[in-house]
Ligand binder design. Sequence first.
Ligand SMILES: Nc1nc2c(c(=O)[nH]1)N[C@H]1C(S)=C(S)[C@@H](COP(=O)(O)OP(=O)(O)OC[C@H]3O[C@@H](n4cnc5c(=O)[nH]c(N)nc54)[C@H](O)[C@@H]3O)O[C@H]1N2
Ligand SMILES: Nc1nc2c(c(=O)[nH]1)N[C@H]1C(S)=C(S)[C@@H](COP(=O)(O)OP(=O)(O)OC[C@H]3O[C@@H](n4cnc5c(=O)[nH]c(N)nc54)[C@H](O)[C@@H]3O)O[C@H]1N2
Ligand SMILES: [Mo]
Length: 559
Amino acid sequence: MAGLVTTFGAGAMTNSIGEIRDVDFLFVIGSNTSEAHPIIAMEMKRAVHRGATLVVADPRSIWMSTIADTHLSLHPGTDVALLNALAHVIIEEGLTNEAFISANTEHFEAVRDAVLEYTPERGEEITGVPAEKIRKVARAYATTKKAGIYYTLGITEHSHGTDNVYALSNLVLMTGHLGYASTGLNPLRGQNNVQGANDAGASPVFYPGYERVDDAQAQAKHEEAWGVNLSSKPGYNLNEMMKKAGEEVKAFFIMGEDVLLSEPNVSRLEAGLNDVEFVVMQDIFLNETARFADVIFPAACFAEKEGVFTNSERRVQLVRKGVEPPGEAKPDWEILVALANACGANWDYQSASEIYDEMAKHASKFSGISHKRIAERSLGLQWPCETKDSEGTVFLHEHGVLRGKGQFQAVQYRPSLELPDEQFPLIMSTGRTLYHYNAATQTRRDSGTNAKQPEAFVEMHRFDARTRGICDGEMVSVWTRRGKIECRVIVSKQVKKGCIWMPLHFAEARANLLTNDVGDAVTGTAEYKVCAAQIARLEPETPRPERFPGSFCRDSEPV
Ligand SMILES: Nc1nc2c(c(=O)[nH]1)N[C@H]1C(S)=C(S)[C@@H](COP(=O)(O)OP(=O)(O)OC[C@H]3O[C@@H](n4cnc5c(=O)[nH]c(N)nc54)[C@H](O)[C@@H]3O)O[C@H]1N2
Ligand SMILES: Nc1nc2c(c(=O)[nH]1)N[C@H]1C(S)=C(S)[C@@H](COP(=O)(O)OP(=O)(O)OC[C@H]3O[C@@H](n4cnc5c(=O)[nH]c(N)nc54)[C@H](O)[C@@H]3O)O[C@H]1N2
Ligand SMILES: [Mo]
């Protein structure tokens, strides 16, 4: 999700994690880095200690904002207005990098015209961020040579997520902050090996190595290599597939995904799944989705199999088996090979290494990588790595923008699709916490993490709590147009007035019963970060527990 392909390359960090410590200006936008990417946050802290300027753009007062030089506390969903206003200042004050723009980019004029009306004052009106702060940040970003942008789901999980990414790319291209160490545009990838899965073609649009399925040459190459006829039509994305469940989509093979916890507007999905004829699930645990499965294949977990993982900085590393899988569990690839052969294929792969070699042979970005070569290097190899004598690529675009010219994309601010009204006056946003991992199939089975955060909660501002007669730690019900859940409330300074926030992790109070399943027009990524909600105290009054761990800046003063 965080890996939307930008206007100048594949969806991966343009730089390496180790370069962050030398960045002089860090722009962290829509990323709760210290909770969701703590190792990367450590490098950011190191840079700040060294004297780097940190700017955090986030509607919540996340921990990173406490060490930031400036916190741009924008209203949820207003990033395009903020970013266009930054671009406006950079252009108005003559801070663009003309040499870079003319040598490496196209369509600058379109963006210059589009951002004209986004004065910092107009930006302030839409985002709530003071115009002077916008000016200060624009100047500092444009005039600092080593300036890096780091973003994740606060940018992508919106109906206008693609516009957000384009608006960020525009800033990079107009300042020329690309193509050298400690700068660039860096989406921090989410799940372990989500980068590797995308690289390997787990996408409706790409073959392995980011060749498009609707590119006739790529199609011909793969038809020949694989000895099968292939379609040139991109498949449905996740959001489309889920919406067609039970109608056009009659069967599902769900591997390593707990859709009943993680997909938006999940009651609609459940209704669809009731009409699906056949569901196969391949997982390491019986998750929520198991309720709908006709067949379950038990998979081996990361420590029980051989293979590679690729992280956000495009680094492919070897993972070796530490322990044997329990019971009948098998590595995912072995299950898939057995299934293919049961369906009549004739596959005889003997190892994960052989499978990687076959993929790399036809995907030039990885052609120089093999299990054998990675085994000889403790840090693996970073793609692009096209030949057997290449040592890989630390940062992208060193010799001019890859794939031709960087395309400027003019974008206009469009409000989120479900805004607060009288009936649903609060903006609800969702995300993750340090202690749990996504569907929490793993972290809620662990006594340590579970003790740290044992139950579902919603965070709200003290003003909104007071006007509803709600006290910190009480049980509340939270509802939207799509559903209702019950959980505890944390009165917290972390959220703004008018906003509530809750984690997606808890099966007994699924945030996704409430979220909106409208998707971004290009990627289909759902608007998990903004919908309209209401909250009320549950009667009868519930006793407040002695100790209730939650957000780091819980508001403990009496409401
Ligand atoms: N501990 C832990 N770590 C994880 C995960 C986990 O579950 N637990 N999950 C992993 C996965 S799969 C992913 S994708 C990553 C995600 O990593 P993040 O994207 O950092 O995680 P989120 O909690 O979704 O937080 C996004 C941030 O965006 C902010 N935000 C919300 N709306 C807006 C907006 O409109 N504009 C801006 N500018 N900001 C906004 C939120 O307040 C939040 O601070 O984390 C990965 N790491
Ligand atoms: N409301 C809301 N919803 C969200 C988000 C949000 O911010 N807000 N974020 C979204 C994002 S970014 C993501 S990535 C998704 C994540 O959502 P999911 O992908 O559904 O959740 P995960 O916990 O990452 O893992 C899914 C399953 O993989 C299994 N698994 C782990 N290791 C293996 C393995 O080696 N093999 C197999 N076969 N299975 C394995 C786990 O047991 C688990 O059941 O949630 C999305 N949903
Ligand atoms: Mo993710």
